[in-house]
Write a protein that binds this ligand. Structure first.
Ligand code: SAM
Length: 241
């Protein structure tokens, strides 16, 4: 396994490239890579490229772009909305969402949301790190935080015919399978609530909207981060990306 890093510049065969301070330090000091060692770079546009280190200073690692080893994949269409949790669990949720193949990560502020100060840059950094680790070639985009009301009012305009799967521990059936099988081939998003769940008012509103499909993830109350992984896994397994 070669180290994989996300970079911004275009990746073109034969072109030299210099990494920034942080990535250089990581490669040269943490991974102890030196001249002649190979690394894989991707930028979300040009696929994955095998690169060879030509200069190994801790401040600036230079590389030659050698060979394209994977074609660019299209971005995922899967949307994931969540009420921001406290920092550590938030990091975990972003990491798992990337592993589960999400294309857009959308923080949604609900009535019982405890963390109102989401640091988008931190979420973005986590998403990049997760994409590097799980060999995703497009880093999911992190959308600007919205309130639940704004999200629902704007849904038909912004999402067209996309269905919003609402993870609802009180949903009628205790299995998501039937609901998800009916949505095969359709564009979907998953919405998961905060530590304290959705309020009764919010649940009533969600249940009354034509584009919302409540789904249960089993008879137990899952932590919000677990519900996200379970919901995304069920969507990927039954509907696909
Ligand atoms: N107090 C715990 C925590 O700290 O995470 C549990 C919170 S649970 C109420 C958070 C969210 O996970 C809910 O709003 C819902 O979206 C989702 N959830 C949890 N269990 C679920 C289930 N069995 N079915 C569907 N969604 C579930």
């Amino acid at each position: 396994h070669l180290p994989r890093l996300h970079v911004e510049p275009d990746l073109v065969a034969g072109a030299p490239l210099t990494l920034g301070k942080e990535q250089s330090l990581y490669l040269a000091a943490v991974l102890r890579k030196s001249v002649g060692d190979e690394v894989v770079l991707f930028n979300g546009r040009d696929g994955a490229w095998l690169c060879r280190i030509t200069a190994d200073s801790k401040k600036s690692v230079g590389l030659d772009v050698v060979d394209r080893i994977a074609a660019q994949t299209p971005p995922s269409d899967l949307w994931y909305g969540f009420a921001p949790l406290k920092s550590e669990r938030l990091d975990y949720m972003v990491q798992k969402a990337v592993e589960m193949g999400v294309g857009t990560i959308q923080p949604v502020v609900t009535q019982f949301t405890q963390n109102h100060r989401v640091k988008t840059e931190r979420l973005q950094a986590n998403a990049i790190e997760a994409a590097e680790q799980c060999e995703v070639l497009v880093v999911p985009s992190i959308a600007a935080e919205v309130s639940l009301g704004q999200l629902l009012d704007g849904w038909p305009t912004q999402h067209g015919d996309r269905k919003l799967l609402f993870a609802d521990e009180g949903a009628a059936s205790s299995s998501p399978v039937v609901a998800l099988e009916q949505l095969r081939g359709q564009r979907v998003g998953l919405l998961v609530g905060p530590e304290g769940g959705f309020s009764d008012k919010e649940r009533t509103k969600l249940h009354g909207l034509p584009f919302v499909v409540p789904i249960s993830l089993g008879p137990r109350i899952l932590r919000a981060d677990t519900a996200a992984v379970a919901g995304l896994a069920a969507i990927q397994a039954i509907i696909g990306d």
